[in-house]
Design a protein around this ligand. Sequence first.
Ligand SMILES: Nc1ncnc2c1ncn2[C@@H]1O[C@H](COP(=O)(O)OP(=O)(O)OP(=O)(O)O)[C@@H](O)[C@H]1O
Ligand SMILES: [Mg+2]
Length: 205
Amino acid sequence: MSVIAVVSQKGGSGKTTLALHLAASAVQANQPACVIDTDPQATAAAWGDWRGDFLPVVVTSPPARLARTITNAAREVDVVVIDTPPHAEAAMREAIKAADIVLIPSRPRAFDLHALEAVAELIEFSRKSAYVVLNAVPSGATRQVAEASAIAKGLGLQTCPVTFGERADFHRSSAKGEVASEIDANGKAALEAKALWKWVSKKLA
Ligand SMILES: Nc1ncnc2c1ncn2[C@@H]1O[C@H](COP(=O)(O)OP(=O)(O)OP(=O)(O)O)[C@@H](O)[C@H]1O
Ligand SMILES: [Mg+2]
């Protein structure tokens, strides 16, 4: 079983969007997956409620119970994606500890990138394999992506080659218990989510 932690200090960076789309893409690729929501805001869990019986299942867990929740999930799924709260170092630490790979969504803007510093320290200490995933990238912002990757590199973090654009399909789908591919299977958002899962699954292999 593989454990993917999605962490970032910054609120609204795209942790939940990334976690839900990754788990759904895994399921679509015939890899049973679930999301463990460790955020007291329970946004991912609410998405799971709206979604009803469709996979992936979302379960909630306080960070202190995470290891036990993962053990239980391992009986049912091959892939666990952990969604974490913002501004919560203890929760982030627990998720990183449990993870095989850590993804750090960040919008490619100066303030957001600045917030990577705290995560970078935790990652360095943990020695886990970790990648910044640039999210909500405006169209045509290749220079912004290159600059953001350079800032991440300066902090000792690698950047995932797959990025998520700023796309209505991500926002609109999440808000009704769906993922982008369920709104438009061939849309750019759906293709990005699929590409991210493909890239992550290769890293986990
Ligand atoms: N790539 C994107 N394109 C369009 N909207 C996006 C994108 N990524 C995230 N959003 C929207 O931005 C908002 C914040 O995203 P999300 O909830 O995933 O962030 P988060 O890091 O989980 O936030 P929090 O720190 O509060 O848990 C949501 O309304 C989401 O739909
Ligand atoms: Mg969230």
